[in-house]
Design a protein around this ligand. Structure first.
Ligand code: DX5
Ligand code: ZN
Length: 211
């Protein structure tokens, strides 16, 4: 069954601990945390201190999506904060191989994210260092944007590329109950959803609708 990773970017930031407990109880598989620096993306969100404060609120996988540049100097802080999966952007560093090795050196799972216009060729030589591939289906920076349909063909191609390697394919941006089926059929294992989960108070129903 497809995994659902609610993005707390769409949660009530004044009640984040409570919100994390609510999505945990509602059946979230991963807690997706969007970290933005106002430099790699045109928005600023939260950092390691907030993740550390949220950590005791759920035992689920903390799936931390770093939209920051540079990224290497901050990896250890996100490890210490309690991240389980740390995903970096292919466009955010010159030495992606090193970033992925660094994440794994701390015993955490390493993810690589591709912006909508980023070719899948960046994956070719790092497949053995990846636990997750995050396909952006919006330009990163904000929740509530519309799904870019070209992401479906991208997922199909990445599915073929990954083969039977133990790498999860995650999609992020504009995922709704209406397009989830096509996304899963294309080969995604994990659906990130911000607006679609937090849009109305019954988070469990919203997660069920996505599945
Ligand atoms: C966008 C973030 C996403 C975003 C998803 O930069 O990486 O995780 O919060 O939000 P929705 O589901 O509303 O598109
Ligand atoms: Zn994200």
């Amino acid at each position: 069954m497809v995994k659902v990773a609610p993005s707390i970017l769409s949660a009530d930031f004044a009640r984040l601990g409570e919100e994390v407990r609510a999505i945990d109880a509602a059946g979230a598989d991963y807690i997706h945390v969007d970290v933005m620096d106002g430099h790699f993306v045109p928005n600023i969100t939260i950092g390691p201190a907030v993740i550390k404060a949220l950590r005791p609120h759920s035992r689920k996988v903390f799936d931390v999506h770093l939209m920051i540049e540079p990224v290497d100097p901050y990896i250890e802080a996100f490890v210490d904060a309690g991240s389980d999966i740390i995903t970096v952007h292919a466009e955010a560093g010159r030495h992606i191989d090193r970033s992925l090795q660094l994440i794994r050196s701390f015993g955490r799972k390493a993810g690589l994210s591709l912006n909508p216009a980023t070719p899948i060729g960046v994956l070719d030589h790092v497949l053995d260092k990846l636990d997750l591939i995050l396909v952006m289906s919006v330009n990163p920076g904000f929740g509530g944007q519309s799904f870019i349909p070209a992401a479906l063909e991208k997922i199909r191609r990445i599915r073929t590329l990954v083969g039977d390697r133990p790498i999860e394919i995650e999609i992020d941006g504009g995922v709704t109950a209406d397009n989830a089926q096509d996304i899963v059929a294309a080969g995604a294992d994990v659906l990130v959803a911000g607006s679609a989960v937090f849009r109305s108070p019954d988070y469990a129903a919203n997660i069920r609708a996505l599945r």
